[in-house]
Design a protein around this ligand. Structure first.
Ligand code: GLN
Length: 239
């Protein structure tokens, strides 16, 4: 009996120490097709948002678990509690604010027009009239272009597919977020940016309206990461 209780004590000590080391998990929804914010490299999730959210996880003492899904499935996943937060270069638009809460913004971008290098007749968003324009389903660029009259859209699930179709002259232009567009232009020959730019948009982390406690913790973590230099280091690394 004595021996048994000793074993029991040791066993319980092991269990409690393991439990105290196991951090609570933070399930993070993203769409890893948006370089330099989130993309896959050798099977790993990498990018500005991925590093930022890991740093946030460290600050709030939670273990980040990434769940990759289609962009238009992200807010539904948040609402169905399948993920705790979303970080996906997501613009904190008024429309989305009706469904979810957003953290303090962490990046400012705008929509831009990507063209084939030999296209000199599209300079601004107004020039898209009468053209066939590639947009990504559910992105802010989709909303902006779909609201314009006389512009036809072709909707894609992934931006690289729209770039390929542009290069093959299947579409006249692609409207996409600035930083991701620059990334494609850097890595692909024969495409360029039009001069005209869309309005500014702010990227933020989306959180369920029910989870205000987590929102506060995340905002505090972002503030600290901006103050301690981590945020600037990440900007330099990816932009
Ligand atoms: N910023 C755009 C949006 O929120 C695109 C985001 C993305 O593709 N990941 O719709």
């Amino acid at each position: 009996m004595k021996k048994f209780s000793k074993i029991l004590v040791v066993f319980l000590m092991v269990v409690t120490s393991v439990l105290s080391f196991a951090k609570e998990k933070l399930y993070v929804g993203t769409n890893a097709e948006f370089p330099p914010f989130e993309y896959l490299e050798k099977g790993e999730f990498v990018g500005f948002d991925m590093d930022l959210i890991k740093a946030v996880g460290n600050k709030i003492g939670m273990e980040v678990v990434i769940k990759d899904m289609s962009f238009d499935g992200l807010i539904p996943a948040l609402e169905a509690n399948k993920v705790d937060i979303v970080i996906a270069g997501m613009t904190s638009s008024d429309e989305r604010k009706m469904a979810v809460n957003f953290s303090t913004p962490y990046y400012t971008a705008n929509q831009v027009i990507i063209l084939n290098e030999d296209n000199n007749n599209i300079k601004s968003f107004d020039d898209l009239q009468g053209k066939l324009v590639g947009v990504m389903l559910g992105f802010t660029g989709d909303v902006v272009v779909s609201e314009m009259s006389d512009v036809k859209t072709k909707k894609y699930n992934a931006s690289y597919a729209s770039i390929m179709e542009l290069q093959n002259k299947k579409i006249d232009a692609v409207v996409l977020d600035s930083e991701t567009a620059l990334n494609y232009i850097k890595n692909n020959k024969g495409i360029k940016l039009a001069e005209g730019k869309g309005e500014l948009e702010e990227y933020a982390i989306a959180i369920s309206k029910k989870n205000t406690e987590l929102l506060e913790k995340i905002n505090l973590a972002i503030k600290e990461l901006k103050e301690d230099g981590t945020y600037d280091t990440l900007l330099k690394k990816y932009m």
